[in-house]
Ligand binder design. Structure first.
Ligand code: ZN
Length: 209
């Protein structure tokens, strides 16, 4: 068992509600996961985070640690696994915490949610949240990790130049024109057009996780 500090789940749920938009089960479980990982980091060590999924878990990291997507201390490396690690930002030594399927056997509602066994409409949200609260950290596995040295280097953006097409600034290392003008833009019409910008259909829907 880990010796993590218990954290106030009710208070955390309020934070999740305001930051994430609603109390998603994944962000609540993520709170327990971050708490375990934090308990393994020695006092005074500056740590960064790796999150192995873009779903829910990045928000738990951002709510409970100084690491945010914007400050670059969280890297989201999408491996499709519900796991995160916190590690010494210079040495790369840290701990990885994951939701362990073997530990879900006694928690039917959590297991059904995690494996998407039932459609959302059939989920018993109250029971799911009660089980998460009760099971807490016992759902998690933890092991030490060493982060690859290339990931510990600070990424430099280098020289900034003007794109000859859109006239916006971008890092010169991206090529002759900016990435947007290389065809990586998510918009159907060029940003410089007077036409209203149409966002691709795939980005339109607002789904809950
Ligand atoms: Zn451009």
């Amino acid at each position: 068992m880990t010796k993590s500090q218990p954290f106030d789940i009710e208070e955390y749920s309020h934070l999740v509600q305001s930051f994430h938009g609603y109390t998603a089960p994944g962000v609540i479980i993520g709170g327990f996961m971050v708490n375990i990982a934090k308990s393994k980091i020695s006092e005074g060590v500056l740590f960064n985070a790796i999150c192995e999924t873009p779903v829910c878990l990045p928000d738990a990291i951002q709510l409970l640690t100084p690491c945010t997507v914007g400050n670059g201390w969280v890297k989201i490396i999408n491996l499709g696994r519900f796991a995160l690690s916190l590690y010494d930002k210079d040495k790369g030594k840290g701990f990885r915490v994951f939701l362990d399927p073997k530990k879900l056997e006694n928690w039917s509602e959590i297991k059904d949610w995690f494996f998407k066994v039932k459609p959302k409409s059939e989920q018993n949200m109250e029971l799911l949240k009660a089980q998460i609260k009760e099971a807490g950290e016992t759902l998690c596995g933890i092991h030490p990790v060493q982060v690859r040295p290339e990931l510990l280097k600070k990424e430099k953006r280098g020289e900034i130049v003007l794109c000859p097409y859109c006239q916006e600034a971008y890092p010169a290392r991206d090529g002759e024109v900016c990435r947007g003008c290389q065809g990586r833009s998510p918009y159907l019409v060029p940003e410089t057009s007077e036409e209203p910008i149409l966002v691709m259909n795939s980005l339109k829907s607002r789904e809950v996780c």
